[in-house]
Structures are given as C-alpha cells and as structure tokens.
Design a protein around this ligand. Structure first.
Ligand SMILES: NC(=O)c1ccc[n+]([C@@H]2O[C@H](COP(=O)([O-])OP(=O)(O)OC[C@H]3O[C@@H](n4cnc5c(N)ncnc54)[C@H](OP(=O)(O)O)[C@@H]3O)[C@@H](O)[C@H]2O)c1
Length: 514
C-alpha cells in the first residue's frame, strides 16, 4: 500500500483520525514539512479564489490588501506578486508593517484608521481591494480609492456590506463576497491542486506560523483569539511548544548604549550578528531599531527574526528595515537625514517608501556590516581589497561626517581579530578591519564616542562560520552568543575607549590554554 502525504481542508481536523471527502485533498509536496503545509490550504485557496478567480488580478495592476499580516494577507502578497501586481497594504502595528515591507510590499500603512484613503487617492487609486476589516469607514474608503472598473473582494464574515449598498456607492466596480466554506467541492479541489503544484514549483511558499504541540492547544487557541500572531497558528503532533526567546545581558544594556528611547541604527542589522544583537537590544528595552543593509531585505535564512513571534523581544519594538549601502554617501545621507526629519516631524505622510517613519532621534550606531572576498595572498587583488574595505573604513568615514553633526551617545564597530592576528586567506579583511580600528582610534582622539571591537569568530551562523575550523586550529574556540553579547556590553559600559578585542580574545583563547 502506498502512503501519501496530503494537503486537506475541512473542519474537525484536530482529531486523531478523520474521514475527508476526496474533493478536499491534494498531494502534499515532499519538500515541505507537515507544519509548513498546514499553513497553506485555507489561506492560499482564499487568496487564489479572491485574486485570480474573482478579481482577475493582472500584471501591472495595484492591489490594496487590508490586514495584510494575517494568514490570508501573507498568502495574498505572494499570489499578487506571482501575478505581477504591486501590493499596497494595511497592518495594525509598526512591526507588522516592517515585516510586510521586507516581503516586497510597496507601501504599508496603518489599518487602524482611514488615512490610507487620502494617500492612495492622491497616488491614483488601486485596481483591486481584498478586504476583511470591518472598522468604520474601511469599506467605504476602500471603494472610493478603486479606479473605474475596479474589483472589490470581501472575505469578512460579519458586518459586511450588502452588494446593493456597494453598488449604490460605486456602480462601476465589481463587488464580490467570498467564503471558501461555501464553495462547490470541485472548485475547492481545483484550488487545492493548484496550490499543491505552486508549492512544488516554488511559485508560492508556506507562510509564517507559531507552532504549538498537542499539549498546548489551549495556548494556541488563546494566541489566535488575541490575534497577536502573524500568519497562522499551527498545532503539530510532532513539535515542541514554541520556546520563549531569552535575552542575555542585563536589563540596562540598551540604556548603556544611550537612550533606550532613541533610535539604534544597526548597519548589517539583517546579518547574523546584526540579528542577534537586535534581538538582544530589544530584549533589553531598546524601542526603536533601524536595520540597514545594501538590499534592505531579510535574508531567507532569517525567517522572520522574531518580528512575527509575540514571544520574541523584537515583536514589541519598532523595527525599520531599510536599504542603505554604508559605503555610498547618498545612501548614508538619505537614511540619516530622513531619520532627522521623521524624529522632528510627526505630521509627515503616512505613506512611506523609506521604512523610517516616526523613528526618534539617533541614539546609537552599531556597525556590523561587512563582506568577505577571501583569497590566497598571491591571488589578492585591488578589487578584493576595495570590496572588503568599502563597508568598513570607507563606510565609517561617511557615517562619521554625519555623526559629528548628530552625535550618538555611543557607537560600536564590529572589527575582527583578523586585524590583530592575521588570518589565512584574509589579508584584505585583516587590513580592512585594521583600517577601521585605526580610524576609530583617530575619532576617539578627537573626542568621538566610538569603540571598535576585534571579535573572534562567533559560534553558529555568520561570516566566520565557514572558517570556524581554521580558527579552532589556531587554538581559539568560537565565541558563544552569550559571551559575545556580554563582551559587547562590557565594552559599552566601560565607556568609549577603543578596545583591541582582548576581552573576547581572552574569553576564548586563554580559557582553552588553562
Ligand atoms: N561572524 C563573526 O564571527 C565575526 C567575527 C568577527 C567580526 N565580525 C564582523 O561582524 C560584522 C557582522 O558579521 P556577520 O557574521 O553578521 O556577517 P553577515 O551575516 O555576512 O552579515 C553582514 C551584513 O552586512 C551587510 N552589508 C554588507 N555590506 C554592506 C554595506 N556596504 N552597507 C550596509 N550593509 C552591508 C549585509 O547585508 P547586504 O549584503 O544585504 O548588504 C549583512 O546584513 C562584520 O563586519 C564582520 O566583519 C564577525
């Protein structure tokens, strides 16, 4: 007998055994887990039916997606992008809006009021609206921003407008009510088979989820009722309960970087150490974090970094993810000047492409941006040196031009032990970090509060992960995240003296020699 894994969609599925209609099952691609697959049937069949079948969303059109950080919203973002459409969205919190921007949503604004109407009307309107919100003015406002001949799909179930009311308001648009629970089985089956094919081909991917095990069904239900999650709540027969992310360091870490209420600008904030440090700072009362990288996107490996997990400290901070090449003057000027504007003006447009709305004044800079271009000494090139130096010393020069007029209470630069001891294949990287250190030392002498820390290789992810064995061979163990963060805090607490990384180096090297 062949056993197949299936995607299915019906009520009562939290039982040990179920009997399902053949119409409500489709093959589950073997490339995804059961937990990941469980996030998909309801939301993707709804998004597909709404956008492809009912609205006929076309390439180049614009979709207004309300409550976009919900399950259907996250699926609809993917379906719309696959159709070649542009997505503008509403969501209830700054962290949800940051998440949506990181997923390629062009504009993400608040779903708590109707201020989106003015902005979208000014921008020329939208072609399709997908709505599930019932707050006052939402439907009327959304109908008003639809272009002539637009399509409105309502997936809400309570307090929804009757078709006649919508027709009275906008006779020129198609108003559709959608409930997949009332769909003919054969249509549902088609949608499930298309989902199965799209998942297998990678056209769409499972959405984010908080996964609970069978012993915490009550907690899963409570989480869903409180609507604090992003994406889906999944109950798994295999998973352990979601672990609460713990933060190391003392509760005053953010304060020792300056004001816990100010903005912390983290270059390379989407990288391995940037993510770790951001979570740690958020867990230690940092309220406003700006994570910058050249792409301005979370790497796929970052999953959601905790932005969607209510138990993660980052969930409660205001996080902006922004594109900024720290070695390009206009990028650095753009971010820092926008930051100055957003901190001094609370009345700026709610529609922002920058992701830097309503961030308070800059308090601290953490520079954890960097790239590698390793090569044996004989193969080192000027190009490689330029590549590796750009996010280090070049970036620091640009940053400091601004920071002299907008001083931070503390700036920390992530340098490397390669500058102190050298590292095989990394002469360019060692030199780039040495240049960073030297520049920081000059700034120190000029009275600027900046520390350059020569970290040894951190354990786990990060740019040193691939070379961990080389470092190990030198007798230096990897720096655990807890030890690295403790060293970082010690440097900041000690004041603004340039440190040559002995804290971290000794933590590892000498302990092994004892
Ligand atoms: N990991 C370690 O064990 C270790 C040890 C010692 C020192 N360090 C230092 O710590 C820092 C972070 O390391 P990591 O392991 O977190 O590296 P990572 O995971 O590779 O992250 C590097 C980050 O820097 C960003 N970046 C690169 N060039 C940039 C630029 N010109 N402007 C803005 N952002 C830029 C990258 O994003 P984009 O590519 O999207 O721009 C990425 O977000 C690096 O400076 C590294 O030298 C790391």
């Amino acid at each position: 007998m062949m056993l197949a894994s299936l995607l299915t969609l019906f009520t009562g599925a939290l039982a040990s055994h179920v009997v399902s209609s053949a119409f409500t099952v489709a093959p589950m691609p073997h490339t995804i887990s059961f937990e990941a697959a469980a996030t998909t049937p309801t939301v993707f069949t709804t998004a597909d039916a709404a956008l492809r079948q009912l609205a006929g969303l076309k390439p180049g059109e614009t979709l207004l997606l309300h409550g976009a950080a919900g399950g259907v919203g996250l699926a609809a973002v993917q379906v719309a992008h696959a159709a070649g459409a542009t997505v503008v969205a509403t969501a209830g919190s700054p962290s949800k809006r940051s998440l949506l921007r990181s997923l390629g949503v062009k504009v993400a604004v608040s779903s708590r009021d109707t201020s989106f109407v003015t902005d979208l009307a000014w921008a020329g309107g939208v072609d399709v609206v997908l709505n599930s919100l019932t707050s006052p003015g939402m439907v009327g406002g959304s109908l008003s921003v639809l272009r002539r001949g637009g399509r409105f799909v309502e997936i809400g179930k309570r307090d929804i407008w009757a078709p006649a009311a919508a027709a009275a308001e906008r006779p020129d648009v198609a108003y559709n009510l959608l409930a997949i629970d009332f769909m003919p089985p054969e249509v549902l089956q088609q949608l499930l088979y298309r989902l199965s094919a799209d998942l297998a081909s990678g056209t769409v991917a499972p959405i984010r989820a908080a996964v609970h095990d069978m012993t915490s069904v009550a907690a899963a239900m409570r989480q869903m009722a409180q609507a604090r999650h992003v994406g889906k709540v999944v109950v798994s027969a295999h998973a352990r309960s979601p672990a609460a992310f713990s933060s190391s360091g003392s509760s005053g870490a953010a304060a020792s970087f300056g004001s816990a209420n100010g903005s912390m600008f983290i270059i390379g904030g989407t990288g391995a150490l940037g993510q770790l440090v951001s979570g740690w700072l958020a867990g230690n009362q940092a309220q406003h974090l700006i994570l910058a990288s050249r792409t301005g996107k979370l790497p796929a490996s970052a999953a959601d970094m905790g932005l969607t997990n209510p138990q993660h400290p980052l969930f409660n901070s205001m996080v902006s993810i922004t594109a900024c090449d720290a070695s390009v003057a206009s990028d650095v000027t753009g971010v820092i000047s926008r930051l100055a504007v957003s901190s001094s003006s609370s009345s700026s447009s709610r529609v922002s492409f920058s992701g830097l709305q309503h961030q308070p004044q800059l308090a601290s800079l953490l520079h954890a941006g960097g790239v590698l271009a390793d090569a044996a000494f004989a193969s080192q090139s000027a190009r490689g040196v330029r590549q590796v130096t750009a996010p280090k010393a070049v970036a620091l020069q640009l940053l400091m031009q601004h920071l002299s007029t907008q001083p931070t209470s503390n700036s920390v630069l992530f340098s490397s032990m390669a500058a102190l001891l050298g590292s095989a294949g990394q002469t360019n990287y060692g030199a780039a970090n040495a240049a960073l250190d030297a520049e920081a030392q000059m700034l120190q002498a000029a009275g600027v509060a900046v520390s350059s820390v020569q970290f040894s290789a951190w354990a786990g992810a990060g740019m040193a992960a691939a070379t961990a064995s080389k470092v190990e061979a030198m007798g230096i163990g990897a720096l655990s995240p807890a030890a690295g963060l403790a060293a970082l805090e010690a440097v900041v607490r000690a004041g603004s003296m340039l440190r040559w990384g002995y804290d971290c180096y000794q933590v590892n090297a000498w302990r092994r020699c004892e």
